[in-house]
Design a protein around this ligand. Structure first.
Ligand SMILES: C[S@@+](CC[C@H](N)C(=O)[O-])C[C@H]1O[C@@H](n2cnc3c(N)ncnc32)[C@H](O)[C@@H]1O
Length: 265
């Protein structure tokens, strides 16, 4: 089990979908249109959010392999996508990056994954796919920004503490957290790739109340573990935020970035 709950992934999927930087999706689709047989490998696929987001945009005969190490999420992806001739599923631990099934893969796709990964993993991953001439589309990497339309005196400390916690080990060594996109950009530019980055913030208003509440709930443990704010301060900040969620005109922005790295020529 990865600790990523399918209900949490379902809650974030529509907001992720509208946040994605569409110019990068268009660029990816154009690139796939230039190869005889497009093939995508979606790593850390969860329940298949990236497949559902990209399917209207990529060539209809694109082959897909969806890969995750969590059998429950992979099973849910399989159930939701159903049996299709051009989609396969594979349980795989990305820490075995050198054994990634890259044969004939045009582009590796991912979403909400690389902020969990370490610098060392990203470097090994970039070198591995570059040896194969494969591209990368990695969407929704958290970028460290957390803002609310109605301010509270603890907002700055909350963001700083959460961003510190984001750098703890999430299974790949010390995580890059908000630095993931910059790190990937540097790694792929150094390998001679053409790299595009686009902003993909979550813009959450009263209609996204359930995601906002779940997001706040998910902050409590990291904030408590960092411990700069007292439990009482965390509780009062949380209560303030929960009360604002449904208010007309109140909103929350959580910053993300998407990256597309394609081999030149
Ligand atoms: C935040 S979720 C994102 C899921 C999906 N891409 C989405 O956007 O809804 C991160 C995913 O990475 C997977 N994951 C984490 N560590 C992994 C590893 N070492 N090997 C394979 N998958 C991993 C988790 O199981 C989870 O499905």
């Amino acid at each position: 089990m990865s600790g990523f709950d399918k209900d949490w992934l379902a809650l974030r999927e529509p907001v992720d979908q509208r946040a994605r930087a569409m110019p990068l999706v268009d660029e990816l689709a154009r690139h796939l249109g230039t190869v005889a047989q497009a093939s995508l490998l979606d790593i850390g696929c969860g329940t298949g959010s990236t497949w559902r987001s990209l399917i209207p945009h990529v060539p209809t005969d694109t082959r897909w392999m969806l890969l995750d190490y969590d059998p429950v999420l992979l099973g849910e992806a399989e159930r939701r996508i159903g049996e299709r001739g051009n989609v396969s599923f594979r349980q795989f631990d990305l820490n075995e990056v050198q054994s990634l099934p890259l044969s004939d893969v045009t582009v590796v796709t991912a979403s909400a994954l690389f902020d969990l990964c370490s610098a060392d993993f990203c470097q090994r991953f970039a070198e591995t796919i570059a040896r194969n001439g494969t591209g990368l589309y990695a969407a929704l990497n958290y970028d460290g920004v957390m803002q609310w339309s109605v301010p509270h005196e603890f907002d700055g400390q909350v963001a700083a503490d959460f961003n510190r916690h984001q750098r703890f080990d999430k299974g790949f060594g010390p995580a890059l957290g908000p630095d993931a996109t910059d790190h990937l950009r540097h790694a792929f530019e150094t390998l001679g790739y053409s790299v595009s980055v686009g902003s993909s913030p979550w813009l959450m208003g009263p209609d996204d109340a359930a995601l906002q509440a779940a997001f706040l709930d998910g902050l409590e443990k990291p904030l408590t573990e960092i411990g700069s704010l007292t439990k009482q301060d965390i509780r009062s900040w949380m209560d303030f935020r929960l009360e604002r969620i449904g208010e007309a005109g109140s909103s929350c922005v959580v910053g993300h970035a998407d990256i597309l790295a394609l081999p030149r020529g």
